[in-house]
Design a protein around this ligand. Structure first.
Ligand code: APR
Length: 248
């Protein structure tokens, strides 16, 4: 399956994986762009911009409260694709980095440790005053206050909205500059800077692979591509990779 695996023989393989909403779709979490650009019936401008939050904070709080409740419900669990990536990390250890655009915790629940949540985390709140993050498993609204400021300040969902700077960018760029295998999974490739990571990896000489339900906007940048449901193609890809390296 990994046609050019032979190119890596004798090298230390440094793997960077980028995931998007498609990897969590089969766990029951909706993707962003599969419903006429509406995310759970709301426009991105309403629920995923600082302007939307200023205009109608209660709507935005409610929206992320619903997403958090759904994530914590017993029906939502890591699927075979998440589990395959956990197996990959357990094989390649420190030479494996997982960058996710997702705000769910399914990668961690599957067993991944080295995970960079570049677009934030549903299970975290952020202080509007200090910017400090704190763990959150319950609903959040305008009556909640932080514990870090005096007087205590408002809290917001710890999500990177459009127009805001994604997290961990320096670390991500450094990791991509050392990668020799870059795998993009379940992302439409429409939102930057994540959509440009394949180009950074290519510039570093990495072999780049797209695993998605259908060709993404950036498909031309990838050398190897496999299309289908993540639960099938990610597991197959990971098994071939591990088999190719004869790792038990
Ligand atoms: N298996 C694999 N891929 C799938 C599956 C599946 N079962 N279901 C859907 N997909 C693919 C779709 O074909 C699509 O290309 O997942 C991709 C999801 O794309 P988006 O909804 O655009 O999600 P994503 O790329 O993660 O969005 C990026 O945009 O709204 C912002 O911050 C938000 O992190 C998000 C960013």
């Amino acid at each position: 399956m990994l046609d050019s695996l032979v190119d890596f023989k004798g090298q230390q393989l440094k793997i960077v994986v980028l995931t998007g909403a498609g990897i969590s779709a089969e766990s029951g979490l909706k993707t962003f762009r599969d419903n006429n650009g509406l995310w759970e019936n709301h426009s991105v401008e309403e629920v995923a911009t600082p302007e939307g939050f200023r205009r109608n904070p209660e709507l935005v709080y409610r929206f992320y409260n619903q997403r958090r409740r759904q994530l914590l419900s017993p029906e939502v669990k890591p699927n075979r694709a998440h589990l395959a990536l956990a197996k990959l990390e357990s094989c390649f250890k420190n030479n494996f980095t997982l960058i996710t655009q997702n705000v769910d915790n399914l990668h961690q629940r599957a067993g991944n440790v080295n995970v960079l949540h570049m677009h934030g985390d549903l299970l975290s709140a952020r202080c509007l005053g200090s910017g400090q993050s704190s763990a959150l498993r319950t609903d959040l609204d305008s009556s909640n206050r932080c514990q870090c400021c005096s007087p205590p300040n408002y809290l917001r969902p710890d999500i990177v909205w459009f127009g805001e700077m994604p997290k961990y960018m320096q670390q991500i760029e450094d990791t991509l500059s050392e990668a020799n295998l870059f795998v993009s999974i379940g992302t439409s490739g429409t939102v930057y800077p994540a959509a440009g990571f394949v180009n950074l990896a290519n510039q570093s000489g990495a072999h780049s692979v797209e695993l998605n339900l259908e060709p993404s906007s950036g498909e031309n940048a990838f050398t190897e591509k496999h299309y289908g449901p993540a639960t099938e193609i990610v597991s197959n890809f990971v098994d071939s990779l591990i088999e190719g390296f004869k790792i038990d």
